[in-house]
Design a protein around this ligand. Sequence first.
Ligand code: FES
Ligand code: FES
Length: 170
Amino acid sequence: MAEMTLTVNGATRTVDVAPDTPLVYVLRNQFMLGGVRLGCGMSQCGACAVLVDGREVRSCVTLASRVAGSKIHTIEGLPALWAEAREGTAAGGLHPVQQAWIDEQVPQCGYCQSGMMIAAVDLLARVPSPSVAQIREAFTDAPPSPHLCRCGTYPAIIDAVQRAARAMAL
Ligand code: FES
Ligand code: FES
């Protein structure tokens, strides 16, 4: 076993896990953050995506020990992340990406959607007003793999990303 100190959604905590434990298991089992989904376990679907220092990372293939010292955010931490970015935003309010996902009624079964929203936050931090082509590229062509949705929510995701972009620009 190995002790490692992780900062997740603004809270720093030391956990004692096997040194080769993937981040997804630490987030789900030690931090009890069920919004992080385990899909393929091979960096091929995007369900397990989280933000590490603001960039999307596949937590199924990332050792928890590798991200000690970084700022990790899961879907549960997006409201606080937005409040921090926009001082004065009401605490407890959803991140505009989460609100847009609701407004556009994106999820069907929902399993992939945490990773989809994490990818959207990553994209909008880099490209504040993305075109449809840029959104498609971010969710399909960008490495390490496409974000897969077996329910076929891709058209609604494009609408939701654009809605979130408009809200974040206000
Ligand atoms: S579970 Fe990590 S990419 Fe599929
Ligand atoms: S909403 Fe069901 S897999 Fe994406």
